[in-house]
Design a protein around this ligand. Structure first.
Ligand SMILES: *[C@@H]1O[C@H](CO)[C@@H](O)[C@H](O)[C@H]1NC(C)=O
Ligand SMILES: *[C@@H]1O[C@H](CO)[C@@H](O)[C@H](O)[C@H]1NC(C)=O
Length: 326
């Protein structure tokens, strides 16, 4: 409910800055996706994520961690990172072997996919929450609770059997628990600190307008583009004076290669209504200042220009062609 309310509040309180106080990066997790094609062929993908930002990849041939940012090592020493790399490498090899050994006994039918997400979340510095969850064919299958594997209801009998099996390996459970309970929060704090400059950088957006006839309707599609901003949270709306235009359609926020973001919002109007509309944007990098682009007038002017110019250009082309023929 709160998630639904937040955008609503942002809309209802135009004075508040929705980009302030948003904590985007308070979790770290490792995601594993393993595809088992048959008894002899499997593929493992691994990645590390700080919130929604990917920080690590996994080169499964050589068993090495790919550090995607200069700060992806956090404050861990090379020695500790190499130890973790070895641990993941043997984990992937061992797991693949075990799954293939037990597949027929546990009635796993090839091909199938196993997904794992394991990590920690800092609700407050004193009480990190950790998680270790396994999904089979896209559904919850089992999870590690303290040092016990518990089946998910969706996993049925099969999940119960796998948990019974896994619960016999005390050493592995202890290690998994230690990774998400001790190593993860320590790594996450170090990562947040090392990446601070990058994560907290404020980059001003650029904004521009475009418009085109909306196909078939005789109406105009006004588009407001906002690009190159950081961090991700932003508010952009088509307005008439202080009135938000409810027909505004928000596009997804897309990521540029340099880590900044892009968003477009559009509004369909009758050509006569375009005058007096403006696009308004709010972002943490702008402080209390809003971006306001007055579109309506300019837009209708440029459309008039197009309307006048198009037949002229056509006429010119015709004249040229005909001249050539003659
Ligand atoms: C196993 O799957 C791989 C990848 O799809 C395929 O190339 C290979 O021929 C399969 N092997 C057997 C024994 O079915
Ligand atoms: C890294 O930073 C965290 C948080 O500041 C700290 O707890 C930890 O001891 C530091 N060093 C290592 C090697 O984890």
């Amino acid at each position: 409910m709160l998630i639904l309310l937040l955008p609503l509040l942002a809309v209802l309180l135009p004075g508040s800055n929705p980009a302030n106080g948003v904590q985007e990066h308070t979790s770290f997790q490792v995601i594993q996706i393993s595809f088992y094609a048959n008894q002899s062929w499997a593929q493992n993908q691994g990645s590390g994520w700080l919130g929604k930002l990917q920080t690590h990849g996994w080169e499964s041939e050589s068993g090495t961690i790919i550090f995607l940012h200069t700060w992806s090592r956090g404050n861990f020493s090379n020695e500790e990172l190499v130890d973790l790399e070895l641990l993941f490498h043997f984990y992937f090899i061992g797991l693949t072997k075990e799954v293939q050994n037990y597949a027929s006994q546990l009635q796993f039918r090839y091909p199938f996919t196993v997904q794992v997400r394991a990590g920690c979340e800092l609700l407050s510095a004193e009480s990190p929450r950790s998680f270790f969850q396994v999904a089979f064919e896209g559904s919850d299958f089992m999870s590690l609770q303290d040092t016990t594997w518990l089946p998910a209801p969706e996993g049925g009998d099969q999940a119960q059997k796998v948990c019974d099996l896994c619960n016999q390996y005390e050493g592995i459970k202890e290690m998994a628990k230690s990774l998400v309970k001790n190593t993860c929060p320590r790594f996450l704090l170090g990562l947040l600190d090392a990446g601070k400059m990058d994560l907290q950088r404020q980059v001003l957006p650029e904004a521009w307008l475009s418009s085109r006839p909306s196909p078939g309707s005789g109406r105009l599609l006004l588009v407001c583009h906002v690009s190159g901003f950081h961090p991700k949270p932003i508010w952009v709306m088509w307005m008439r004076g202080e009135q938000e235009q409810l027909g505004t359609k928000e596009g997804d926020i897309l990521r540029h290669a340099d880590g900044t973001w892009y968003r477009r919002v559009s509004l369909e109007v009758a050509p006569a209504e375009a005058a007096g509309l403006s696009c308004r944007g709010r972002h943490s990098s702008l402080g209390d200042q809003d971006i306001i682009l007055h579109g309506g007038h300019g837009l209708s002017m440029s459309l008039i220009a197009v309307a006048v110019m198009a037949p002229l250009v056509l006429l010119a082309v015709l004249v040229l062609c005909c001249k050539k023929r003659w």
